[in-house]
Design a protein around this ligand. Structure first.
Ligand code: SF4
Length: 351
C-alpha cells in the first residue's frame, strides 16, 4: 500500500498533518509506504519524521516548476505505484496536482469552508455560539481530520486514533545541537510573538511587558523565537537582562523546533510555533485574535490553554489575513498582560 499525502503549507498546517501520518502508520504498520509532498520552506518540519518513507519538496521560490514536481512524483510512482492520494491541502493548487494522477483514487480533506464562512459572516455572539455548537462542536482539528477519514476507511474500526500530534521519538524531528550554540540552559519560556498575518499578532509591547513580568516574578529565562522578517521584535531591546535571549532571525526552523521541544511552556499567537511546541508535548498558551478557536486550532494538551475574546465581529476572516475594520484591534488589545500572566500561572508549569 502506497499513500501520497499532499500539504504544501503553511507551517502549522503541515505540523498538524503529523497526526495523519501517525494515524496511518498505526493503521497499516510496516506494510505502508507513506510519502508526503510539501513546500521547500516547510520540509524541515517533517523530513526526519519516523512515520514517513519519502518526503518530496516543491521549491517554487527556488525556480522549480510544476513539471519538476510531477516528475518527482512520477519517479516515486514508478518505484512503487501510488494506491491512494490524500489531499490535505484541498485547494485549486493541490487539485491541479491531483489531476496529473487522475487515475489514482484520491480523498480530499473537508476544510469546513462553508461553516467557517458562516462564522465569519454571521454577526452577533448569540448566532456564533449557536452555529459553533451545531456545526463545529469545538472538535480539535487533528481529531476532526482523523474522524473524517475514519468514516471513509471501514477497516479502521477498532484502531486507536492518534490524539497527540507526534507519536514516537520526538527527538528525531529536531537537531539537538541548537541549545548549546545559543547557551540556553536551565528552565526557560519561549515567547513566539510572530504570526503569518499582522492582525493575528498580540501587540509587541504586550509581549515586552509580559517579559518584564516574567523576569521579575520568576527565575526563568525567556527565549524569543521569530523569523528573519519579524524586525518588530527589536522592541525587546528595551529590556536589559541576561535572562532574555532574543533569537529573532537567528535560528533555522530545525533549531527553533529544537528549542521549542525543550521549553517549559510556549506563549504565542495562533501560529506555527505554538503548533510545533504542542507537537513536542509542550504546554502552550495560545492567544487568539481575529481567528477563532472554534476553527479547531486551539491547543489541546492537558496543560495547554488559550485566550480568546468573544466579540460580535470575531472571527472576521477564516485565516486572520483581513485588516481590522474597527477603530482598533479589540480582539487582541483587550487581552491584557495581567490576564496572560494569570493564565500562565494557572497552567501549573512555573517552577
Ligand atoms: S477587532 Fe474584530 S474586526 Fe478587528 S481584527 Fe479583531 S475580530 Fe477582526
Amino acid at each position: 500500500m502506497h499513500i501520497l499525502l499532499i500539504r504544501f503549507s503553511s507551517m502549522g498546517d503541515v505540523v498538524l498533518q503529523t497526526a495523519t501520518i501517525n494515524w496511518l502508520r498505526s493503521l497499516y504498520g510496516k506494510n505502508l509506504q507513506l510519502s508526503f509532498v510539501t513546500s521547500q520552506e516547510f520540509i524541515s518540519l517533517i523530513d526526519t519524521h519516523p512515520g514517513l518513507n519519502n518526503v518530496i519538496s516543491f521549491n517554487r521560490r527556488g525556480g522549480e516548476t510544476w513539471k519538476d514536481l510531477i516528475k518527482k512524483i512520477d519517479d516515486l510512482d514508478e518505484k512503487q505505484p501510488i494506491d491512494l492520494i490524500m489531499d490535505m491541502h484541498a485547494t485549486l493548487r493541490s487539485f491541479r496536482l491531483r489531476m496529473n494522477f487522475w487515475t489514482t483514487p484520491a480523498l480530499t480533506l473537508d476544510k469546513r469552508r462553508w461553516e467557517r464562512f458562516l462564522l465569519t459572516k454571521l454577526k452577533g455572539v448569540f448566532f456564533k455560539r449557536l452555529i459553533s455548537k451545531k456545526v463545529f462542536g469545538l472538535e480539535p482539528q487533528v481529531e476532526r481530520i482523523i474522524n473524517d477519514f475514519e468514516s471513509m476507511f471501514f477497516e479502521t474500526r477498532g484502531v486507536r486514533r492518534t490524539k497527540d500530534f507526534v507519536r514516537g521519538p520526538h527527538e528525531e524531528m529536531t537537531t539537538l545541537g541548537a541549545l548549546p550554540e545559543y547557551k540556553i540552559d536551565g528552565d526557560y519560556v519561549v515567547l513566539a510573538p510572530s504570526a503569518s498575518f499582522v492582525p493575528k499578532r498580540w501587540p509587541i509591547q504586550s509581549f515586552v511587558d509580559l517579559t518584564k513580568t516574567l523576569l521579575d516574578s520568576t527565575s526563568l529565562k525567556i527565549v524569543v523565537l521569530a523569523g528573519p522578517e519579524d524586525k518588530f521584535c527589536d522592541a525587546f531591546s528595551e529590556i536589559k537582562s541576561d535572562r532574555l535571549l532574543n533569537l529573532q532571525g537567528k535560528t533555522s526552523l530545525k533549531e527553533s523546533m529544537s528549542i521549542l521541544a525543550k521549553t517549559k511552556v510556549c506563549i504565542g499567537n495562533d501560529s506555527g510555533m505554538n503548533h510545533i511546541a504542542e507537537a513536542h508535548g509542550v504546554p502552550c498558551l495560545t492567544i487568539f485574535g481575529p481567528t477563532d478557536p472554534r476553527f479547531g486550532f486551539a491547543p489541546h494538551g492537558s496543560k495547554s490553554k488559550y485566550l480568546s475574546q468573544e466579540l460580535w465581529c470575531k472571527p472576521c476572516s477564516t485565516t486572520g489575513s483581513k485588516a481590522c475594520f474597527r477603530d482598533k484591534l479589540y480582539c487582541m488589545e483587550d487581552i491584557s498582560v495581567a490576564k496572560v500572566y494569570e493564565t500562565y500561572l494557572s497552567m501549573g508549569v512555573s517552577p
